[in-house]
Design a protein around this ligand. Structure first.
Ligand SMILES: Cc1cc2nc3c(=O)[nH]c(=O)nc-3n(C[C@H](O)[C@H](O)[C@H](O)COP(=O)(O)O)c2cc1C
Length: 172
């Protein structure tokens, strides 16, 4: 699939079929994440695939009905700080988005989950994640069920609101 097509077709999937995801697809997703760029090439990301039903229930609840989820972690010490900003969040986010776009290419659905829906301490305890590691995001993983929401599912700001030419606010 062409990259722009995958970018256009990606959307957050919140309903999945139960069909398992084969190991070769998982390997492809992790390879896409592994090749992502990162601050000083620190590659501070780690990914945990969870397929065990009880564990899924514990860390992801209904998991939108998906048979698996991927938990994306970052090691702040392996990344770094610049301009008073932690780069592990940037690094892990880029890698996750690589994975998410590769999933589109394979007909698989994902949905970024972070913020309040992601219970970091509970996930860390359940999966044995070391104290110094942060859980940045997780995504259900599986084949979308039913009609896909329109792409892009969420409203997008118009180009003139987000893109300037030469200086802030200037239109080309
Ligand atoms: C960093 C990040 C965190 C997100 N967290 C959640 C979340 O916790 N729960 C959820 O249902 N969707 C979450 N989303 C998905 C967004 O709601 C979604 O990307 C946005 O509404 C646009 O829709 P689309 O992805 O279908 O184009 C998150 C997306 C990003 C990038």
């Amino acid at each position: 699939m062409e990259l722009m097509q995958a970018i256009r077709e990606r959307r957050s999937i919140r309903r999945y079929r139960k069909d398992p995801v084969c190991g070769c697809a998982i390997a492809g997703l992790i390879e896409a994440a592994r090749l992502a760029p990162s601050w000083k090439n620190g590659q501070c990301w780690r990914f945990i695939l969870v397929r065990d039903h009880e564990m899924l229930q514990r860390i992801a609840g209904e998991n939108y009905g998906a048979p698996a989820c991927i938990v994306a972690c970052g090691l702040p010490e392996e990344s770094g700080r610049n301009n008073e900003q932690d780069y592990y969040l940037v690094d892990v986010a880029i890698a996750v988005e690589h994975l998410v776009l590769a999933a589109v290419d394979m007909g698989l659905g994902t949905c970024w989950v972070s913020g309040r829906m992601l219970e970091e301490q509970k996930i860390k305890e359940a999966l044995g994640i070391p104290e110094e590691v942060r859980v940045v995001a997780m995504t259900p993983l599986g084949y979308p069920d039913g009609d896909l929401p329109p792409a892009p599912a969420g409203r997008r700001r118009p180009t003139e609101e987000i893109f300037f030419s030469e200086s802030w606010g200037a239109q080309g």
